[in-house]
Design a protein around this ligand. Structure first.
Ligand SMILES: NC(=O)c1ccc[n+]([C@@H]2O[C@H](COP(=O)([O-])OP(=O)(O)OC[C@H]3O[C@@H](n4cnc5c(N)ncnc54)[C@H](OP(=O)(O)O)[C@@H]3O)[C@@H](O)[C@H]2O)c1
Length: 255
């Protein structure tokens, strides 16, 4: 057994939320590891830019514009992926949103439902579509669900986000048991990462400093520092790993 077990040569990986941030980094690194990539998100222009970066690095990718809350659009994206590459072997459920930061007592139900529907239901919808197709071809596959440290500990003032990420962790464990041995299902739980997602907290000096005090490595991660774990979980190097939650957080949840 050698380092080729970390290769994704010959695999097809569909990555949701690949138009920027962590999803884009995962798409780029999976392509570098040899996978053909289906980059999915809502913003057509940004997705095309991801595909161009993969092309420029010598990789292969297509863009699929879709919203993870839209069932027919997700089914159509998988159809498009199969037309281009025959089958999808790896699903990375990375698309996510967190438009609420505040006391849960003031949270309205519409905002709660929106966050749950993108982060939790969206991931389930894509996982179900993926698994049905793996079954149809009597194949095998791997799912990497991007959760968060907010899926393993509570984060004050982020009730719907942490609820959605704990849902992803529960879903990961359940599907791992239910769909073994054909589909491995693991979660990746990043800590704080420098993306558009955390721009608000990074711009607020007081909150930023408070968070840095909680992170033993004393900094936010670059998206590339998260992507390597997704590549590992998707490939044969992780062939006996399923139902696991891999925290990559600079030590945040360790104390
Ligand atoms: N940044 C962090 O510190 C951090 C920490 C822990 C976990 N995470 C998780 O990591 C994942 C990626 O976060 P990020 O930091 O890279 O955020 P980001 O820069 O805001 O990127 C979010 C991605 O999700 C896509 N997306 C959002 N809503 C979507 C929808 N309804 N349908 C399809 N795509 C959608 C966005 O693309 P479009 O807008 O083009 O659709 C974008 O590509 C999220 O699940 C987040 O919860 C982030």
């Amino acid at each position: 057994m050698g380092l080729e077990r970390f290769s994704l040569d010959g695999r097809v990986a569909l990555v949701t939320g690949a138009s920027r941030g962590i999803g884009e980094a995962i798409a780029l690194e999976m392509a570098e590891a040899g996978a053909s990539v289906v980059a999915l998100a809502r913003s057509e222009g940004d997705l095309e830019a991801t595909v161009e970066r993969i092309d420029a690095g010598g990789g292969v990718a297509i863009a699929c514009t879709a919203d993870v809350t839209d069932g027919p659009a997700i089914a159509a994206a998988f159809d498009r992926a199969e037309e281009a590459f025959d089958s999808v072997d790896v699903l990375v459920n990375n698309a996510g949103t967190n438009p609420y930061f505040g006391d849960a007592k003031n949270l309205d139900i519409e905002t709660w439902e929106h966050i749950i529907s993108v982060n939790a239901t969206g991931a389930f919808r894509c996982a179900r579509e993926f698994a049905r197709r793996v079954d149809e071809r009597d194949g095998e596959g791997a799912i990497v669900n991007v959760a968060s440290v907010g899926g393993v500990v509570g984060l004050p003032y982020q009730a719907p986000y942490t609820a959605s990420k704990h849902a992803i962790v529960g879903l990961t464990r359940t599907l791992a048991v239910e769909w073994a041995p054909d589909i491995r299902v693991n979660a990746l739980a990043p800590g704080y990462v420098k993306t558009e997602f955390t721009e608000g907290v990074r711009d607020n000096e007081a909150i930023h400093e408070e968070l840095l005090d909680e992170i033993p490595q004393d900094r936010f991660a670059d998206p590339e520092e998260i992507a390597g774990t997704a590549v590992y979980l998707a490939g044969d190097a992780a062939s006996y790993a399923t139902g696991e939650v891999h925290v990559v957080d600079g030590g945040y949840a360790a104390h």
